[in-house]
Design a protein around this ligand. Structure first.
Ligand code: CU
Length: 95
């Protein structure tokens, strides 16, 4: 019994690690930056995390500084997440 508990804990640890791997940055291309709404429109590849195919969609910028960091046409790596039901860019990096 004790042994199986330890195995379960080890498995839970591994699951934790793989969810960190899923939270990695994904590729995208900025198609529009709208400072008045605080949104960035990004053409992105498939996002397994949200069961989403590649598409162009707008994301809320988690930090307004991101809006100054990129412009339409920039190739980026970004970390998308859903915050309060809104797709949000958590991290952004120019390629
Ligand atoms: Cu999408």
């Amino acid at each position: 019994m004790r042994k199986s508990m330890i195995t379960l804990a080890a498995l839970a640890g591994l699951a934790g690690l793989s969810s960190i791997a899923i939270a990695q940055m994904v590729d995208g291309e900025v198609t529009k930056v709208d400072e008045s709404t605080g949104k960035i429109t990004i053409k992105h590849g498939p996002l397994k995390k949200f069961d989403m195919d590649g598409m162009t969609m707008s994301f809320r910028a988690s930090d307004p500084a991101m809006l100054k960091q990129v412009k339409a046409g920039d190739k980026i790596k970004f970390e998308p997440d859903k915050v309060n039901g809104q797709f949000t860019v958590m991290k952004l990096e120019k390629k």
